[in-house]
Design a protein around this ligand. Structure first.
Ligand code: GDP
Ligand code: MG
Length: 180
């Protein structure tokens, strides 16, 4: 007897945003389901791989590119962004002026890369650290902001508490699969 060979997809996903917003923590929570309080800055880019069985005959390999925030607008981002399928742009809900920087990240990604089918890279907006009490941006603002700047969606997340981490990745994954 032969087994049906499962269909295997590989997607490259960028995680960008300013330093300390929680990108590395988010990846760690998603891939290992752990959280560490001490801050270890990312230099350049960190890689992580998560294999998701989406159905009996399909697996998706997500290659996560956790890009150091200091890299913004340098020529290096063009190299990192190459051949991506999807993108997470993250900010810290507790900081004001976050949204201005989000626009800069979005423009950087849009100007330097496209999805394999030539359309803009699907980008999800994540408002991280929603476990903290002080929020600088309201849901109403984010609802209109994400539409205005052509994100596929947005949600609050907490890498610390594991809130909406799997769900947001699932949402992005389904969109990447649909565009395949
Ligand atoms: P990066 O520079 O964007 O990769 O940020 P890190 O993942 O290194 O996180 C920066 C700091 O924020 C660390 O001290 C984390 O423990 C903390 N942090 C990350 N995510 C959360 C979160 O969801 N809630 C809270 N309260 N702290 C977080
Ligand atoms: Mg980092």
């Amino acid at each position: 007897d032969t087994y049906p060979v499962p269909d295997e997809k590989l997607f490259k996903v960028l995680i960008v945003g300013d330093p300390t917003v929680g990108k590395t923590s988010f990846v760690q929570r998603y891939v290992q389901n752990t959280f560490r309080k001490d801050y270890k800055g990312t230099v350049g880019v960190d890689f992580a791989l998560k294999v998701v069985r989406t159905s009996e005959n399909q697996t998706v390999k997500l290659q996560l590119w956790d890009i150091a925030g200091q890299e913004r607008f340098t020529w290096m981002t063009r190299v990192y962004y190459k051949d991506s399928h999807g993108c997470i742009i993250m900010f810290d809900l507790g900081k004001d002026n976050s949204l201005e920087n989000i626009i800069k990240w979005k423009n950087d990604v849009d100007s330097k890369c496209k999805a394999p089918d030539g359309s803009p890279l699907p980008c999800i907006l994540l408002a991280n650290k929603c476990d903290l009490p002080d929020k600088q941006v309201t849901r109403e603002e984010l609802e209109s902001f994400h539409k205005q700047h052509n994100f596929i969606g947005w949600t609050e997340t907490s890498a610390k508490e594991g809130i909406m981490v799997n769900e947001s990745m699932k949402f992005l994954m389904e969109i990447m699969l649909r565009r395949e």
